[in-house]
Design a protein around this ligand. Structure first.
Ligand code: PLP
Length: 365
């Protein structure tokens, strides 16, 4: 385990959920996205908070993430948003995890195995209306869905699509929505109906939520960050985590000294510096070198020199500080929110969060 830790604040996540709820229609449920260990926080902690808040549907990217949540949460619905690999079929059948279908061959395969084991697998079809990533291509979607509907050991509960640019206002997303509606309406004419229809990620919830759908899939917003500046202007959520460490060493260095690898920072006066227990092995990347600040005892302490594997050095001249004092790396404070770190480093906010290293201790508060 590393020096730095995060607190995951349940009250902030609940507040963010309430804000998301204020943007959706009463008939819409939340399918909370907790892939990548809950966007780098701690998936099980986040699911616990959300289950207590009445959310029952969760989305992940792999069957292994799904199984890890299933270990603790037996009753919730969990969908893997990626299609399955043939060797994963049994894992779906034995754990009541919902799979994603994007082609007929794999649908036939999972149907056959399910039949041979006396099981019915739950599934959603993912349709590519313009994301250009996973999903059956739009022109083939109607035929695929009709065929899957015929397969008796697949319970096709839903159809969904994904938006590549819903975090800005553009016509592209509107066109995706109208394509999707056209498809579902055509299927309706053949009496093919679905329990769930969904499309909106965080940006979609803010800018393109449509009453046609009955599930929304928030990720980043729930964790208190924004996918774009446009979304940031449109909604106000709260940084769900506090990431912090301690001062490991304090010392005075003379004018003309250099700090850390590569000697990229040179002092132009006598300085007091602090060595903080966080580095790129914690996910605090070298893009923060000579860039940004931490909070120590309520004061901003500038990062100086290169970020190291385990340490980051700060200028604490004029700051009252002692060894062991708390250093706040990221929190709901001006200048060190997830999106602030994202802006100053050029990383996307998703990377700032999911990059928090596995050795960083995580506590649910
Ligand atoms: C299919 C799907 N839905 C929803 C989300 C959540 O997106 P966001 O974090 O932008 O809300 C993701 C995240 O990448 C996704 O892949």
């Amino acid at each position: 385990m590393r020096h730095s830790s995060i607190f995951i604040y349940s009250d902030r996540i609940i507040n963010n959920i309430n804000i998301i709820k204020s943007k959706i229609y009463p008939h819409q449920q939340i399918l909370a996205i907790v892939k990548a260990n809950g966007y780098g926080t701690d998936a099980k902690s986040v699911v616990k908070v959300l289950v207590e808040k009445g959310i029952k549907f969760f989305g992940v990217a792999s069957i292994y993430e799904a199984l890890s949540i299933r270990e603790t949460f037996k009753e919730v619905d969990i969908i893997v948003l990626s299609p399955f690999l043939p060797e994963e079929v049994d894992l779906y059948l034995t754990s009541n995890i919902i799979t994603t279908i994007t082609d007929i061959d794999r649908a036939v395969l999972i149907n056959r195995i399910a039949y041979s084991k006396g099981k019915v697998v739950r599934a959603h079809v993912k349709v590519d209306t313009g994301m250009g990533r996973l999903g059956v291509v739009y022109d083939d979607a109607e035929e695929l869905i009709k065929k899957v509907k015929e397969l008796k050991n697949i319970n096709l509960e839903g159809v969904f699509t994904h938006f590549p640019s819903a975090d800005i206002k553009d016509d592209f997303t509107l066109e995706q929505i109208s394509l999707f509606k056209r498809l579902i309406d055509k299927l309706k004419e053949h009496n093919i109906l679905f329990k769930y229809l969904h499309s909106a990620n965080s940006g979609g919830i803010v800018f393109y939520n449509d009453t046609f759908f009955n599930l929304v899939r928030p990720g980043l917003l729930m964790y208190g960050a924004y996918p774009s500046e446009a979304v940031e202007k449109a909604i106000n959520v709260n940084n769900s985590i506090k990431w912090f460490s301690n001062i490991l060493e304090i010392k005075k260095i003379k004018k003309g000294s250099s700090v850390s690898y590569g000697r990229t920072f040179k002092t132009d006066k006598d300085m007091k510096i602090g060595v903080v227990g966080v580095g790129y092995a914690d996910g605090f990347l070298s893009l923060n070198s000579n860039n940004g600040f931490f909070y120590i005892n309520g004061r901003r302490a500038n990062i100086i020199g290169r970020v190291c594997m385990d340490y980051t050095i700060v200028d604490i001249s004029g700051i009252e500080a002692k060894i062991g004092d708390e250093v706040i790396i990221c929190d709901s404070i001006d200048g060190i929110r997830i999106n602030d770190i994202s802006k100053r480093t050029g990383l996307i906010p998703y990377e700032v969060l999911t990059g928090i290293g596995p050795g960083v201790r995580r506590f649910l508060k």
